[in-house]
Design a protein around this ligand. Structure first.
Ligand code: NAP
Length: 275
């Protein structure tokens, strides 16, 4: 199926690595021009080079979205690039529980996940409206529907992101601009890999090995079957891949999805279940 994305421009925040990089490359595969974003100049340039090799325009914009004024500047660069598809992907996750989390941890979760989405979207909306067609796609998490007791700040911030998607979709009524959310399950990315390695190291340090994040005898090597069993039991029976998320984003970004608005599309192998 031709998604009819050729020639559209897109900004994908946090596309210098992980899920965002795969979203950027998948949109490019569909003919989109892509503005790659991140903080690491070398990593962002590498993604942009891979995209340019596909014969579509790719540029880079850098900046920490939690710094004052940066989200707005990134959005203005996207406006000038001609991006009418915004993918709010950047959203750091850290582990905190109810006993240990401090106000600064809660602030960091919201400053990393909620405010960049608000600030980039607000700044870009006038040009999307003027264009009469546009997409705001925000990356949520399975933690929205199944809040994680070891990631309480992140779970709450991602719930806010889904809530915001609904109000934004209604706010944009009649504009030709839709707002949707894609909530990944547990996806194999560099950040998740680092988290599993830390858990494995912590378990090894306690001398009990890990039945969830590493096979005995292979310290530091995450064990997919163990992680699925303990952290991500889902009917599909595997971890997610960035491509799983990117395919969903590409569909929602496309004109094929003109009638899909205000949804949370869960791409999680069924981990959250359906009533
Ligand atoms: N992986 C999962 O299992 C999973 C599950 C559910 C939801 N999600 C969500 O999916 C999205 C992508 O996840 P991921 O695993 O691909 O994450 P990731 O590997 O941590 O993504 C890192 C990307 O985000 C950028 N980034 C992070 N903080 C930033 C900041 N303050 N300012 C600017 N850029 C920033 C990084 O830029 P630099 O590296 O250039 O600094 C990089 O491009 C996130 O919203 C995450 O919460 C992930």
């Amino acid at each position: 199926m031709d998604l009819r994305l050729a020639g559209h421009g897109a900004l994908v925040t946090g596309s210098s690595s992980g899920i965002g990089a795969t979203i950027a490359e998948t949109l490019a595969d569909e003919g989109c021009e892509v503005l790659v974003h991140g903080r690491n100049a070398g990593a962002a340039a590498a993604v942009a080079e891979r995209i340019a090799r596909r014969g579509v325009r790719a540029e880079v914009v850098l900046g920490d979205l939690t710094e004052p004024g940066v989200a707005e500047q990134v959005a203005l660069t996207a406006r000038d690039f001609g991006a009418h598809i915004l993918v709010n992907n950047a959203g750091p996750f850290t582990e905190h529980d109810w006993e240990s989390s401090r106000p600064a941890d809660w602030r960091a979760a919201f400053e990393g996940n909620v405010l960049p989405t608000v600030r980039v979207s607000q700044t870009l909306l006038p040009s999307l409206r003027a264009h009469g067609w546009g997409r705001v796609i925000t990356i949520g998490s399975r933690a929205v529907r199944t809040p994680l007791p070891n990631m309480v700040t992140y779970s709450a911030a991602k719930a806010a992101v889904v809530n915001m998607t609904t109000s934004l979709a209604r706010h944009l009524a009649g504009s030709g601009v839709t707002a949707n959310c894609v909530s990944p399950g547990v996806i194999v990315t560099p950040s998740m890999y680092r988290m599993w390695q830390e858990r494995t190291a912590a378990d090894d340090g306690r001398g009990n090995g890990s039945d969830a994040a590493g096979e005995p005898g292979e310290p530091g090597e995450p064990d997919e079957a163990g992680i699925v069993a303990q952290y991500a039991p889902n009917p599909v029976g595997r971890l997610g891949r960035p491509e799983d998320i990117a395919s969903a984003v590409a569909y929602l970004a496309s004109p094929r999805a003109d009638y899909v608005n205000g949804i949370e599309l869960r791409v999680d192998g069924g981990i959250t279940g359906t009533p």
